[in-house]
Ligand binder design. Structure first.
Ligand code: SF4
Length: 75
């Protein structure tokens, strides 16, 4: 299985990715809105799994409860 994204990695920091969307501060991340998480992002490839791929983190898995500032609602 693919390794999990390290929140402290340069890429994660660049995208403000965290495993727990509930910890995102709207003052620091104005694009964030409550309820947004990888699980309902158009880019999440994990289906109903707890961890899944995301094209922005090639070769790694993000957590379904995660979030980053490239979040795009699933259409
Ligand atoms: Fe999660 Fe979507 Fe960001 Fe990928 S683009 S890390 S699925 S919020």
């Amino acid at each position: 299985t693919m390794p999990r994204v390290d929140e402290g990695s340069a890429k994660a920091r660049q995208l403000a990715y965290v495993h727990d969307a509930a910890t995102v501060s709207t003052s620091e991340q104005p694009r964030y809105a409550e309820g947004q998480q990888c699980a309902n992002c158009a880019l999440y490839q994990g289906g109903s799994a707890e961890w899944g791929g995301c094209p922005l983190f090639s070769g790694q898995q993000v957590k379904r409860t995660g979030w980053c500032n490239a979040y795009a609602p699933r259409g």
